[in-house]
Design a protein around this ligand. Structure first.
Ligand SMILES: NC(=O)c1ccc[n+]([C@@H]2O[C@H](COP(=O)([O-])OP(=O)(O)OC[C@H]3O[C@@H](n4cnc5c(N)ncnc54)[C@H](OP(=O)(O)O)[C@@H]3O)[C@@H](O)[C@H]2O)c1
Length: 179
């Protein structure tokens, strides 16, 4: 399972349920990585994207309050490349993924927000972190990424396993879990 996130210089990921910047090169990177695969997100992130599934991906959405809005939760009944499954718990998500991947193996990306990164942090073996070259001004409605989730992915003498430059000033770090 992979985590994928875009972080400002001060570790902001969201503001008022939106992403407070727009970098088409990062959107393209995100699309390339996740298309054809499985994405897991929280209800806030789902709503931040206009409550529409990301196309050509199986969208798994976590919520304790909303369940099965379109009666599509039976994984045998859905178009698994372009649909949504709502889950009430991490356990349910992991069971659905096992079931889907027993038929056809696909990568699984945890796409946020912070609550969901925290929930699946023990399952994530690789992070894709886009560094956004901006400092977002402090505000009480900002959502920050919990950088302690990267603890097992960095050492004091840490060096990036791989850096991918998307443009002159935007890069992605690819971090593997330290065994
Ligand atoms: N920069 C980036 O890369 C990036 C990526 C993704 C999102 N974002 C931003 O991050 C912000 C949203 O992040 P967030 O942390 O506020 O919200 P979130 O993680 O997207 O969603 C939180 C919701 O998920 C559900 N949830 C959480 N834990 C659960 C559990 N154990 N079981 C079942 N459901 C659970 C709850 O929904 P219910 O309340 O319905 O129970 C909770 O309110 C937005 O601003 C978004 O734009 C940024």
């Amino acid at each position: 399972m992979f985590g994928i996130v875009a972080l400002s210089k001060n570790n902001v990921i969201g503001f008022r349920n939106k992403i407070p910047w727009r970098y088409p090169e990062d959107m393209k990177f995100f699309k390339n990585q996740t298309t054809g695969n499985i994405v897991i997100m929280g209800r806030n992130t789902w709503e931040s994207m206009g409550s529409k599934p990301l196309p050509n991906r199986l969208n798994i959405i976590l919520s304790t309050t909303i369940s099965n809005p379109n009666n599509i939760n039976n994984p045998n009944n859905i178009d698994k490349t372009n649909s949504c499954i709502w889950c009430k718990s991490k356990r349910e998500v992991l069971d659905i993924i096992d079931q889907c991947n027993s038929e056809e193996k696909r990568d699984v990306y945890v796409i946020g927000g912070n609550q969901i990164y925290e929930l699946f942090s023990d399952q994530i073996t690789r992070w894709y972190i886009t560094h956004i070259p901006e400092e977002i001004m402090a505000h009480r409605e900002l959502i920050y990424f919990n950088t302690s989730l990267l603890y097992n992915f960095r050492k004091p003498e840490w060096v990036p396993t791989q850096t991918i430059w998307l443009s002159d000033d935007v890069c992605v770090e690819k971090l593997e879990r330290i065994k």
